[in-house]
Design a binder for this molecule. Sequence first.
Ligand code: SF4
Length: 118
Amino acid sequence: MIKEMVCVSCPIGCMLTVELNDNNEVISVKGNTCKRGEQYAVDECTNPVRMLTSTVRVNGGVLPVVPVKTAKPIPKGKMFDCMEVINNTVVDAPIRMGDVLITNICDTGVDIVATNED
Ligand code: SF4
């Protein structure tokens, strides 16, 4: 099977052509102009990850919610489970930028951190 994708590891955005065998293992990557592109293609085909951004409700803050993000990318398959945890979380003000509001969300080893104050 052939998959085509754009490498988003840098602003150049090389178009990658990835060849996979019947076990979904990467056989070859073409179109990348550096090693990062090859690694991106392998990761995207075997363990795709994404940054997650959202908001968490705040008790007693100036605003009712504070923006948050994952401290690192998380597995794409855990996005919905993580959103459910985030949507059911309420924190108390004051919140500072960088505060960890949820630790090790959904056993990903990744924290949810505030990206603003409240
Ligand atoms: S392959 Fe390398 S140069 Fe091309 S977009 Fe990816 S990181 Fe950038």
